[in-house]
Design a protein around this ligand. Sequence first.
Ligand SMILES: NC(=O)c1ccc[n+]([C@@H]2O[C@H](COP(=O)([O-])OP(=O)(O)OC[C@H]3O[C@@H](n4cnc5c(N)ncnc54)[C@H](O)[C@@H]3O)[C@@H](O)[C@H]2O)c1
Length: 332
Amino acid sequence: MANKSRILVTGAGGFIGHHLVKRLKADGHWVRGVDLKYPEYGTSAADDFQVLDLRVWENCLTATRNIDQVYNLAADMGGIGYITSFLADISKNNILINAHMLEASKQNDVKRYLFSSSACVYAQSKQKNAAVTPLKEEDAYPADPEPGYGWEKLFAEELCRYYYHDYKFETRIVRFHNVYGPLGTYDGGKEKSPAAISRKVAKATDGGTIEIWGDGDQTRSYMYVDDCVEGLVRLMASNHRDALNLGTDEMVSINHLVDMICGIAGKKLTKEHDLTKPQGVRGRNSDNTLLRKVLGWEPSMPLEKGLAITYKWIEGEVKKKEVGELAEVTGD
Ligand SMILES: NC(=O)c1ccc[n+]([C@@H]2O[C@H](COP(=O)([O-])OP(=O)(O)OC[C@H]3O[C@@H](n4cnc5c(N)ncnc54)[C@H](O)[C@@H]3O)[C@@H](O)[C@H]2O)c1
């Protein structure tokens, strides 16, 4: 391949990073993956995989040595329960990762650096209605992001802009709206809604109940991981330095999401809403006007189809675990 690059993916042991490494390898690049851990499901396709803590400055220097492009996906993050519980730890960990990764990339003459931000940077005051107006990139200001994770992401976006302003260091900023798909965390507390609901449905007996956080009328949009990876590669290749939404504008309520997954599983479950659990902003959707203009493309996987693939994978994992637990009990 003519434009073969040396690419670093941080967070390569995580969900999106693992998929991105596979894609970049398929495109013919040399890829280094870095994470605190190896991928939980399957082996990394990276040429070189290093287990490093990127909060530590020296490790960021090691990770970015002899690298042309950096996709910085490493972050301490999780679903709504996790990000509303650990404000200080998440902020501190991610500020250290992002500040050190930017500076190390600059010092090691990286040519392009992509930062993975989040829709959690959007002003909370603009997301109070389930029938929310889709969020345009400028809706992040005046700043009123989610505590902890949202503030930290918004500041890291600013830091990318400052590095271009002061050093002409080339940065790209992507704002993901919920990403889902196979090989993502589905239990343990860091999982997001499609994975958590798929796990609950897979474990439930037909005719039983399912616990839903909040009243279920809160709305979101969801992007399949293959679309996410395609958007990342396109954004990196573009000349767009300002933040860009990457998500779908197919908005659904959590109750509807549950119905879709139950339909896929062929199970009838009664919803039990737990109003004491965190539900995040009331409504969130992506305005893809700028995305279409900049990338000449937008995510296209229909939610129902992507969920069917994801549910099948999670159901398989849940079954494997149950068989393992049974074998432990019976001594097989
Ligand atoms: N998945 C989504 O819906 C979503 C939405 C918005 C933003 N994002 C952002 O996208 C990026 C990737 O998300 P993901 O869904 O793949 O999450 P993930 O949790 O699966 O992956 C993140 C990876 O970062 C690693 N990491 C954390 N701290 C580290 C450290 N100190 N040093 C090295 N590695 C460290 C984790 O071990 C994990 O494997 C993150 O920056 C996240 O904030 C994701």
